[in-house]
Design a protein around this ligand. Structure first.
Ligand code: C5P
Length: 403
């Protein structure tokens, strides 16, 4: 996959021995589909020639603030506007200090000042310089300005010392660069997610419910938003703060959730049923609090089945791509596969709720995604990480017609 397809990256190279690595960095960014322009500080040209970087990037290298020739091709303001991301790699201690101070006395610092896009900085310097309090204060100032810092890493340095201050490895810089761009694979898609438990009233103060925290469903809502989707979160009662950009439909009972889901699912592209819907509800909720009469008599509650929300959505004509969850206590994969078929889902996420480290109230999860004849087990990770993976798998699996 081209992680940086169509992205415009202005690579700023500053003066340090690691500047030679920027040649490799240009190539690896291009491998991921990026268009790379290079701006160098004067000091950087002492370490690597502009000609090398020009040949690799395929564009004239930008060197001077007041160079009439390059300024007429693309001036500093145009460069700042052109870039989707400004990546300074390697960033010297001196450049970091000047950036923190908001200097605008050379081309690269002026571009950074004018930039509206994200700026990322990959420091590279001697370990003593990195550890110096002045540098650390400058880095904190950059972070406060929403500038992203990549690395540095630890190890043997060009000066022969060992410590923190090495330029992060090139693959790591490319990965982090890709991660600064929102993955928008679900842009324009409507995603409906049910989350949390439902409550089935016994009387005005009592109900039947379950241990669902809503964490996995809310994490999926966040991941789908990050992927560019319009997200409708139909949620039973939870103590979580819903993602800001989701449209929240709060519900209490399974029947309310069912009504909201059927309304929203008809024009949805994807439906993800994460809610732990109560399978049964009391036939009739008493409208007064049920009193005990101290006779030791038993109270019998008669329950009836709730609608199976996800099966109803999966049964819609021309309905959304439907993804269910199977919380199981044994033979997890077998039971999940059967559920996938029985409910006519497109995909099911199986997890073992007997494991205390994962599932219901935990922040972690370990799941297996099952779709068609395929199966992918995701190792234990935060529910947010799992959510991003699930959303990516759904985006890959969406039928052609919906892509
Ligand atoms: O049958 P079971 O409850 O194990 O199925 C779990 C999956 O079905 C989950 O995706 C859950 O959100 C969904 N479900 C539902 N309506 C129900 C019961 C479960 O949507 N009444």
């Amino acid at each position: 996959m081209n992680l940086l397809a169509g992205k415009r990256i202005l690579l700023g190279v500053t003066g340090g021995i690691a500047a030679y690595k920027s040649a490799e960095l240009i190539r690896r960014l291009q491998d991921q589909g990026a268009d790379v322009h290079v701006a160098m500080t004067n000091a950087a040209t002492e370490f690597i020639t502009p000609l090398t970087l020009q040949a690799l990037s395929g564009h004239p290298v930008h060197l001077d603030l007041l160079d009439t020739e390059t300024e007429s091709v693309m001036g500093h303001i145009e460069l700042a506007r052109w870039a989707d991301l400004i990546l300074i790699a390697p960033a010297s201690a001196n450049f970091i200090a000047r950036l923190a101070q908001g200097h605008g006395d050379d081309l690269l610092s002026t571009i950074c000042l004018a930039a509206q896009c994200q700026v990322a900085v990959a420091p590279a310097m001697n370990q003593g310089m990195w550890a110096n309090q002045a540098t650390q204060l400058n880095v904190s100032a950059l972070i406060a300005q929403q500038i992203t810092i990549f690395g540095p890493s630890e190890g043997l340095q060009a000066c022969g010392e060992v410590g923190e201050g090495r330029l992060l490895d090139i693959a790591g810089i490319v990965d982090l660069t890709a991660a600064t761009f929102p993955n928008e694979r679900l842009r324009g898609r409507k995603v409906v997610i049910t989350a949390g438990p439902t409550r089935e009233a016994i009387d005005p103060v009592r109900y039947i419910s379950n241990h669902s925290s809503g964490k996995q469903g809310y994490a999926l809502a966040e991941a789908a938003i990050e992927a560019g989707a319009e997200v409708i979160l139909i949620s039973g009662p939870t103590s979580l703060t819903p993602p800001e950009r989701a449209r929240l439909i709060p519900v209490t009972s399974a029947r309310e959730m069912h009504t909201a889901a059927m309304q929203e699912a008809t024009d949805a592209d994807i439906f993800i049923g994460v809610a732990a819907v109560a399978d049964f509800r009391p036939i009739e909720a008493s409208d007064q609090k049920i009193k005990k009469d101290n006779t030791g008599e038993r109270l019998t509650l008669t329950l009836e089945e709730n609608p199976d929300i996800i099966a109803a959505v999966a049964g819609l004509n021309d309905g959304p791509y439907t993804v269910g969850f199977a919380a199981e206590t044994s033979h997890v994969i077998d039971h999940a596969r059967r559920k996938l078929t029985r409910k006519k889902l497109n995909m099911i996420i199986a997890n073992d709720v007997m494991d205390q480290n994962i599932g219901f109230n935990s922040d972690q999860n370990e799941t297996t995604i099952i779709w068609g004849s395929q199966e992918q087990t995701l190792p234990i990770a935060s529910k947010r990480t799992i959510a991003t993976k699930i959303v990516g798998t759904i985006a890959d699996a969406l039928p052609e017609a919906r892509q």
